[in-house]
Ligand binder design. Structure first.
Ligand code: CTP
Ligand SMILES: C[C@](O)(CO)[C@H](O)COP(=O)(O)O
Length: 248
């Protein structure tokens, strides 16, 4: 579709999108139970900062991101120590019990007309501006919204209850959902609120949009955009970030 667009149409879209704010939403209210550390994982040291500090700086530095709204745990004791805490583009809200509640709380702070919400996990500090740019550009092809995702690489198995292989699942059309996920903010807020109220399990923003009948676009993202979940993800993220900084 993009390939068949006339230059004047592309220019029109670029100008139209330029007048619409992009607000980054960062769910950072989790406790990091799988990490098993002595503090919420987003505050664990990473290079010269911590996981959340690196994620926020990356988003604050992007020229197309107007504001960053971060959802924090009600008992958060660490955020005020970050060098980004007083940044004029940064706003905080109190998160909720599940990730989806935290995202919804942050979306309620978005009042800009026709804003786009770019939702990104605090726990994914290895995101690059290159991937953000690719996702923002995809609004032309996917005006309903899109997510970064990675095609499944390995042979996939379905397990049976006894822990054996029940079958091999075709990986043909399977993707890993990553973040950021980009949607019109008002629609996302409406669909997320409705999905939560209906008791639907919403593990990412696309799930809420899918539940409302929307088919978000899939935009191939870099495989180093990992979510730090378990202890052995931290050295991997350190390695990826060092490599990215060497490439700059
Ligand atoms: N109630 C919650 C739960 C999670 N998150 C955030 O959502 C992102 C993805 O969640 P996950 O990696 O699962 O983080 P945790 O919930 O902290 O980890 P765990 O499931 O191991 O406890 C993280 O940035 C986390 O801080 C949130 O804002 N509010
Ligand atoms: C949104 C997400 O990062 C997409 O991969 C993920 O679903 C959220 O974290 P969780 O570990 O699935 O709770």
């Amino acid at each position: 579709m993009q390939g068949t667009m006339k230059q004047s149409e592309t220019q029109f879209d670029n100008e139209a999108y330029a007048s619409q704010s992009v607000v980054a939403i960062v769910p950072a209210a989790g406790i990091g139970s799988r990490m098993g550390a002595n503090r919420p994982k987003q505050y664990l040291p990473l290079l010269d900062s911590c996981i959340l500090g690196i994620t926020l700086q990356l988003l604050l530095d992007h020229p197309d991101i107007a504001r960053v709204v971060v959802a924090l745990h009600s008992q958060d004791q660490f955020f005020s120590t970050l060098s980004q805490a007083q940044h004029p583009k940064l706003h905080t809200v109190e998160g909720g019990l599940e990730r989806a509640n935290s995202v919804l709380a942050a979306l309620q702070n978005v009042h800009e007309t026709n804003a786009w919400a770019l939702v990104h996990d605090a726990a994914r500090p290895c995101l690059t501006h290159q991937d953000i740019d690719r996702l923002l550009a995809a609004r032309q092809q996917f005006p309903q919204g899109a997510i970064l995702a990675a095609p499944v690489r390995d042979t996939m198995k379905r397990a049976s209850a006894d822990g054996c292989v029940a079958s091999t699942v075709s990986r043909e059309a399977l993707w890993h959902a990553l973040t950021p996920q980009l949607f019109p903010a008002q629609e996302l807020q409406r669909n997320l609120a409705a999905a939560i109220a209906a008791g639907i399990q919403v593990t990412d923003e696309a799930s809420a949009m899918e539940w409302a009948g929307v088919h978000p676009g899939l935009v191939t993202g870099r495989s180093d955009n990992i979510k730090i979940t378990h202890p052995d993800d931290l050295p991997l993220a350190t390695l990826y970030l060092r490599h990215q900084r060497e490439q700059r």
